[in-house]
Ligand binder design. Structure first.
Ligand code: ZN
Length: 161
């Protein structure tokens, strides 16, 4: 069947940047399974998969706007080290969870300078055009329960929440 809203889609993907470097791939992991039409994937990927069928393999370009958003300099901030509550040793590239009224956000440490830590609330892929190679492995109708939960369940009926 074709990929439309309320289908459970299984894909393999490889994500590259504009220079062709692989940023992420499902190749050495499990294929990715998700509920289509619920914003589980970035908009450009859902648009690219709409109407496709098992066996389809293709490349798409996703602009930053349809990907992880434009880079927003206002999401950069600096805080004193002792304000960060974590048991882990702070390091550049580490992601910290921050709670706000809209939910939990990730802040990435970009610099540590003495007592000051620079944090960036942008997704690491924000502002980048992304190049996906996608192949559709399976498409099936979502169960009422999956639609209700807003996510895919495993084929054996087990939840992983
Ligand atoms: Zn569930």
């Amino acid at each position: 069947m074709e990929i439309t809203k309320d289908t459970i889609v299984t894909i393999n993907y490889t994500l590259k940047d504009e220079k062709g470097s692989v940023l992420d791939t499902s190749e050495k992991k499990e294929p990715l399974q998700y509920l289509h039409g619920y914003g589980k994937m970035i908009p450009g990927v859902e648009k690219g998969l709409e109407g496709r069928k098992p066996g389809d393999a293709f490349d798409i370009k996703v602009t930053a706007e349809d990907g992880y958003g434009k880079y927003d300099e206002r999401l950069m901030t600096s805080v004193k080290k002792d304000l960060i509550q974590t048991d882990a040793e702070l390091a550049v590239g580490m992601a910290l969870q921050a709670e706000s009224p809209e939910g939990v956000h990730l802040l990435y440490i970009t610099k540590i300078d003495g007592d000051m830590v620079s944090l960036d609330g942008n997704h690491p892929l924000a502002g980048m055009d992304l190049f996906f190679n996608l192949s559709v492995l399976d498409v099936r109708e979502a169960s009422p329960e999956e639609k209700d939960h807003g996510h895919a369940h495993d084929g054996d009926g087990h939840h992983h929440h």
